[in-house]
Design a protein. Sequence first.
Length: 381
Amino acid sequence: DVSDDVRRTAVLALGFVLYSEPEQTPRIVSLLSESYNPHVRYGAALAVGISCAGTGLSEAIALLEPLTSDVVDFVRQGALIAMAMVMIQVNEASDSRVGTFRRQLEKIILDKHEDTMSKMGAILASGILDAGGRNVTIRLLSKTKHDKVTAVVGFAVFSQFWYWYPLIYFVSLSFSPTALIGLNYDLRVPRFEFLSHSKPSLFEYPKPTTVPTTTSAVKLPTAVLSTSAKAKARAKKEAEQKANAEKSSGQESSSTAPNTGKEKSSGEKDGEAMQVDGPPEKKTEPEPSFEILTNPARVVPAQEKFIKFLDGRYVPVKAAPSGFILLKDNCPNEPEELSLTDAPATTSPAGGSAAGQQQSSSLAMAVDDEPQPPQPFEYTS
């Protein structure tokens, strides 16, 4: 088409057409990502981001990497956002390029000379990478491979922030929590453990960034007075004379001292050598090949294939690697230990006439500690 807007939107729409087969998207839009038209390159970047969101696909990351340093500012913006969509919930242990991308975002955000479009894209990308406290991912398909209409609509509206920035907030509709929460017969969360048969570092939270606090102080030349120079020279001369006197007295005492045997002197040397201890060697313990998780737990999509359930008191009715699962209690007569309880918060007793009312209101508070509405009153001006 002759219109840049139409071409950009048409290429971007390929991401919605191909999100059920994300492996095909980088191959299909690879030539479009090298187009002379920056609008087509922008659409290709977001098409890959939408289609491959939450997959951590290596081909998608390789296609987006050169676009993050494009000569056009809005192409860089789209590439940074798309890269964050692909890398969401992927840490540096799984792919080293994630750490490089995080440092690139930090550099763009802190650079005062960076253009506004790229800086805005870096800020949005940083927010998408750590969305939901790093406990959510982007999913346009359900676990049964059905379309998640709400997520698709949220992404479609979000992609129109090109025209109106408040549409950015619609991206939250595409977020899905990544957790495994086991429930018993009355929908409470009992305490049970299950196995993640992979190294813990592959799916752990990213390490927090540390702000460098070292400041390079400029050393200024100090003014030297003539009197201080004379005093230093005098003190240096006195120190040399004192050292020479001590050296001569030490030589006289060593000549008069009785000469001991060679065996004793060699034994003393050996003893002195034995007293010197080297620095203790730090032994690095090998990382375990599995991890025991406790209900409820964070389980990212790439970790689902490593989840195994142990034989114990609670067994899943239907084995599912994530989401809400119902548990069968093999020992129903024993008391249960709950991981999460909805017990009211305890408050210290208060004096006065309002003590009973305050205690009753605190007992009526729910799990989220939402306060009760105020008592009826009459407003008098």
